[in-house]
Design a binder for this molecule. Structure first.
Ligand code: IFM
Length: 457
């Protein structure tokens, strides 16, 4: 397999997110976000860790861009922290925050690294959360103001935009399960947040298109192929319901298909939050769809799981190789999801905006040998090529993630980075996988794929 097999126009990159890397949580006028608040609540995050400093990317971004450059990676996906530029979420603009992102983007461009900007990667301004956050329909106005500001300030330098990162995760984990910020639980907070996020997704696209006509506009979805545990009608129906939730909930309204209520009837309750004009307001013609895939899910019927009556069978109980997240290593998942989205929706362009793995890294003579991560990337990329060769309009691949960072409720324990970060000294060390990825995306020569099976972690 060669990077060139994907074609010269293919976008190879690395992904990251503001809250997970920037630190500087209250520096230069930044306002607090829901995550700054959530991490302070005892017992929410592994070992009560936080991202007050994280990778200190706010101060060290020139060094990090240098690493991206050294590896010859040409595309860098990062997000803007809403409360760094609008500390209260709306109203007063923080010029120092604007200046930070301008410098970051300028330095990318100087180094011939193309910036790919995500507008919302989960760090809602706390002031807006106090007014109901994603549950409050006013978020459409707050979000529009934020998107307009970004478009006006950065639109002449940024071509590639993603409106939301994984809306199912921030609404599901944040407003239904309560395991992510802001820690709310229940169907009503979840469905109202879903509907407002879906409206913002489309409205954000419209604002970008009107203010930045040259822009390529996308949004990103977490997605996984789902399979029934047993071929029984109950498990098969549970799998359909899970598919509606995991893979269809946000893309179908964006495509003008409405919410996927066919299998998952509890979703009908979302209609209570809808105004007559919303059906058309949910749709937007995105230039690309970002898919983020890590694994597959095996689903069984479960009477005791409210609303969905389905649960996944944990990979750790299935005797399969797993990552530190407990996610199955299953390279074909990325092929299956690419085929599924292509065949179901006939999308114009798909970008894999995240894929990667958390493994324990080991030092060997001053270098980090993370062979399982290298194998993982090689095998998943191989499956992307397979999908592309079968006609999927795949135009890019971004590894998650540039460097080890704050993995939300799991803290710093699962390390996904191509670059190791020593959080006590902030020293960066490129891992074997990072060198491999840089070599692969540049060097057009054949890179041998190991046939060794992935070890169980
Ligand atoms: O770290 C996250 C990222 O913020 C969103 N997608 C999945 C990654 C790994 O869990």
């Amino acid at each position: 397999m060669r990077a060139q097999d994907f074609g010269d126009a293919f976008h190879w990159g690395v992904s990251s997110a503001a809250y997970q890397t920037e630190g500087a949580y209250n520096t230069d006028g930044k306002g607090p976000s829901i995550w700054d608040d959530f991490v302070r609540q005892k017992g929410k995050i592994y070992q009560n860790q936080h991202a007050n400093v994280a990778c200190d990317f706010y101060h060290r971004y020139p060094e990090d861009l240098q690493i991206i450059n050294q590896l010859g990676i040409k595309n860098f996906r990062f997000s803007i922290a809403w409360s760094r530029i609008l500390p209260q979420g709306s109203g007063q603009v923080n010029q120092k925050g604007i200046d930070f992102y301008k410098k970051l983007i300028e330095q990318c461009l100087e180094k011939s690294i193309t910036p790919w900007v995500t507008l919302y990667h989960w760090d809602l301004p706390l002031a807006l959360s106090h007014k109901g956050g994603w549950k409050n329909r006013d978020i459409i106005h707050w979000f529009s103001e934020y998107v307009e500001l970004c478009a006006r300030e950065f639109g002449d330098m940024v071509k590639y935009w993603m409106v939301l990162n994984e809306p199912l995760v921030f609404t599901g984990a944040g407003y239904f399960l309560g395991v992510h910020a802001p820690g709310e639980k229940g169907l009503i907070p979840f469905l109202s947040s879903v509907h407002h996020a879906a409206l913002c997704q489309a409205e954000g696209g419209r604002i970008l298109r009107s203010l930045c006509p040259q822009a390529e506009i996308g949004t990103t979805f977490s997605c996984s192929p789902v399979e029934p545990y047993r071929p029984t009608p109950k498990d098969i129906n549970a799998t359909h319901r899970t598919d509606a939730l995991l893979n269809r909930l946000f893309i179908e309204p964006a495509l003008g298909l409405g919410y996927p209520t066919d299998y998952f009837h509890a979703l009908h309750r979302i209609e209570r939050h809808m105004y007559p004009e919303d059906e058309s307001a949910l749709a937007f013609d995105f230039d690309f769809i970002g898919l983020q895939n890590y694994t597959r899910e095996i689903i069984r019927h479960s009477l005791f799981t409210p609303y969905i009556h389905a649960r996944h069978v944990e990979a750790t109980k299935r005797n399969v190789p797993t990552t530190l997240m407990g996610w199955e290593v299953y390279p074909e998942s990325i092929y299956q999801i690419l085929k599924l989205f292509h065949e179901r929706y006939d999308l114009k362009k798909i970008i894999i905006t995240e894929n990667g793995a958390a493994f324990k890294d080991s030092w060997h003579k001053g270098r980090i040998k993370d062979t399982p991560r290298r194998y993982y990337l090689q095998q998943y990329i191989r499956q992307c090529l397979r999908a592309k060769q079968e006609g999927v309009p795949l135009a890019g691949y971004f590894a998650w993630t540039l460097m080890d960072n704050f993995e939300w409720a799991e803290g710093y324990k699962p390390t996904f980075g191509l670059v190791h970060v020593d959080f006590s000294s902030q020293k960066r060390t490129i891992k074997e996988s990072g060198y491999w990825y840089g070599k692969f995306v540049n060097d057009q020569k054949k890179v041998k794929i190991s046939t060794n099976s992935l070890s169980k972690n």
